[in-house]
Design a protein around this ligand. Structure first.
Ligand code: BJW
Length: 257
């Protein structure tokens, strides 16, 4: 929608503090599947919502660890796309920008984002299942496992407990410092860009709501409608890799993104 793009570009160009809030859709064009879209087919063999739980890991740790190893290999092989790079360009243009991501890949970092807040942890930060949660190393080497291959989780070098993925599963608390920093940034921003998220998973989905309630203009980038549409000042229907570079170019004409 050209009208929405112009409005969003005007808001972004005038902003001092921006939050970019991202979900799995921003990595879709890098080949990392989203969580709930049907057509990727990558989750077709497994119900992601059932595997991303502590109960699934307790019941079948080899299946869950193998699934995360497969996803880690996919994420490592992926490259940031034009959407991730446009987010880094916003940060370069506006130092008061905070990137808050629900994603467990590292594509924002590899696109040049400085210190994104990871609300749901990381594929690259395993820890042991003991209460101490010792950070763990991955086994060296290895090739991309087949989807669905069962792999026993390694044992913690410090205490011998099984190692688990360093992500936030359903029913688990988000990292307190990360969520608190995201709330602070959402409360203080002028503009929040919500990119590639269905907005159905809480408490992360509170972040754009908090921004809207505290007076920020919220701009959404998503090819599909979401439950948050009516909350937003502008809805840019399109993919992250297509819309974000166009938005940055329109917000700061004459500058290269
Ligand atoms: C494109 C595109 C392109 C496509 N460009 N866009 C309130 C109400 C109801 C339920 C709850 C509630 N509060 C809490 C709950 C329970 C639960 C929850 O939210 N459930 C809902 C599903 C109903 N929440 C929790 O359990 C959370 N914990 C919690 O509440 O703890 C309480 C507690 C407190 C104190 C002590 C103990 C406990 C934890 C939530 C953790 C979520 N974890 C996951 C897995 C992470 C690890 C992993 O990756 O395996 O996080 S679930 C999954 O969903 C993942 C994602 O980060 C998250 C969000 O998904 P996302 O990114 O939005 O993906 P999709 O697929 O949904 O959407 C993709 C979008 O992209 C679509 O809109 C497309 O159109 C779009 N798109 N291509 C741009 N090219």
């Amino acid at each position: 929608m050209p009208g929405d793009l112009e409005r969003a570009a005007g808001l972004l160009g005038a902003a001092r503090r921006v939050v970019v809030f991202t979900g799995s859709g921003i990595s879709a064009e890098s080949g990392v599947p989203t969580f709930r879209d049907d057509l990727t087919g990558l989750w077709a063999r497994f119900d992601a919502e059932r595997l991303a739980t502590p109960e699934a890991f307790d019941a079948d740790p080899d299946l869950v660890w193998g699934w995360y190893e497969w996803r880690r290999a996919r994420a490592r092989a992926a490259e940031p796309n034009a959407g991730h790079r446009a987010v880094a360009a916003v940060e370069a243009r506006l130092p008061g920008t905070t990137v808050v991501t629900q994603n467990v890949d590292d594509l924002h970092e590899r696109a040049g984002s400085r210190d994104p807040i990871h609300l749901h942890g990381s594929l690259f930060a395993p820890r042991c299942t003991a209460p101490a949660g010792h950070p763990a190393a991955f086994p060296a080497g290895g090739t991309e496992p087949d989807e669905g291959r069962r792999i026993p989780p390694p044992r913690c070098a410090s205490c011998g407990a099984p190692v688990r993925p360093g992500v936030v599963w359903f029913g688990e608390a988000l990292p307190v410092a990360a969520f608190s920093a995201a709330v602070d940034a959402a409360t203080a921003c002028d503009v929040l860009l919500s990119v590639g998220t269905s907005g159905v998973v809480y408490p992360a989905a509170e972040i754009p709501r908090i921004a809207a309630i505290t007076g920020a203009a919220v701009v959404q980038v998503n090819p599909e409608p979401t439950p948050m549409d009516e909350l937003y000042a502008a809805n840019l229907r399109g993919t992250a890799a297509a819309v974000l570079p166009a938005l940055v170019a329109a917000a700061w004409p004459g500058e290269r993104g």
